[in-house]
Structures are given as C-alpha cells and as structure tokens.
Write a protein that binds this ligand. Structure first.
Ligand SMILES: [Zn+2]
Ligand SMILES: [Zn+2]
Ligand SMILES: [Zn+2]
Length: 153
C-alpha cells in the first residue's frame, strides 16, 4: 500500500506561491484565507494580488477582480502609489450592479424607517382655505413617493 499522503494545505496563492498552511482534511483554505474578502468587491477571495511594488502586494482578490493603476492621479505607478484593486472589465458591470442593489436596499431600509416615523406623526388641519398638512405629512408624501419610484411599494 502506498504511503503517498497528500497533505491538506491551503491553496490560496499569491504571486504563484500557495499559502501552504496545513488545513483540515477536505478544506482547501486555511482559516485566515477562508475568511478573506476581495479587496475590490468584497466577495470571498481566491488569491492574493500578485502586484510587485517594493514587495508583493498580497491583498486578497476574487477571480473576478484584479489590480490596476489609478490613472486619475498624476504621479504614475511607482511602488504602491496609485495601486488599486478593481473589477476585471468583463465583471465591472456585474459588480457595479451588485453594489448598487445593496446601496438601494440600505436606502430603502432607512426610508422605511422614516415612513413609519412620519406615518405616526402625520396630521392635517382644515381651515377656511382647506386642507393643511403638517411637516410630517409633507415628508411622508415625499418619502412614499420616493419609495414608490424606487419600486419598493
Ligand atoms: Zn492560507
Ligand atoms: Zn472581487
Ligand atoms: Zn494589490
């Protein structure tokens, strides 16, 4: 019987070098790397950034992201200056979409809270000119309108 033991090691690789930390059988990432999130989009990372400035960057990245140079800054790529982590072009729209959706969800949650708050306090008076909404009712109308336009209601 062969004694070839395939050691369970972390496969997270940076600049071509696997992390190599021992891992539980059947796992392929060590604890640190299993928890690593992509520096660009926040998804689980699969490898380290291989960019070599003064040293290898090693920031966690997923398969859909890579590194680049921030061209909006004038000093150019020197060492890690302007070194950024970005979505690969073919995934940029997808990532932007995911980001937008989560931003919209956050805004909706906040607006839902506002709606409930204003709804409890909205009131209107009637005088000879007619119907006079209080501030809360005006804001409630605004919030509800925004939520409706955002497709939430
Ligand atoms: Zn590892
Ligand atoms: Zn990513
Ligand atoms: Zn990097």
């Amino acid at each position: 019987m062969s004694d070839a033991i395939v050691k369970d090691q972390c496969k997270f690789s940076t600049y071509g070098y696997a992390c190599g930390k021992p891992v539980e059988h059947g796992r392929y990432l060590c604890e640190e790397h299993a928890a690593a999130k992509c520096s660009s989009c926040g998804k689980p990372a699969t490898h380290g950034c291989g960019f070599c400035g003064q040293f290898v960057c090693g920031a966690p990245l997923c398969d859909e992201c890579t590194y680049g140079t921030d061209e909006s800054k004038s000093s150019g790529a020197w060492g890690f200056m302007n070194h950024i982590h970005v979505s690969k072009p073919e995934f940029a729209d997808k990532h932007a979409n995911v980001r937008l959706k989560s931003q919209v969800a956050t805004l909706r949650e906040a607006l839902d809270e506002c709606e409930a708050y204003f709804d409890n306090r909205a009131d209107a008076d009637c005088d000879q000119d007619g119907y006079i909404p209080n501030e809360e009712m005006k804001l409630l109308t605004l919030v509800r309108d925004a939520l409706r336009k955002a497709g939430a209601k």
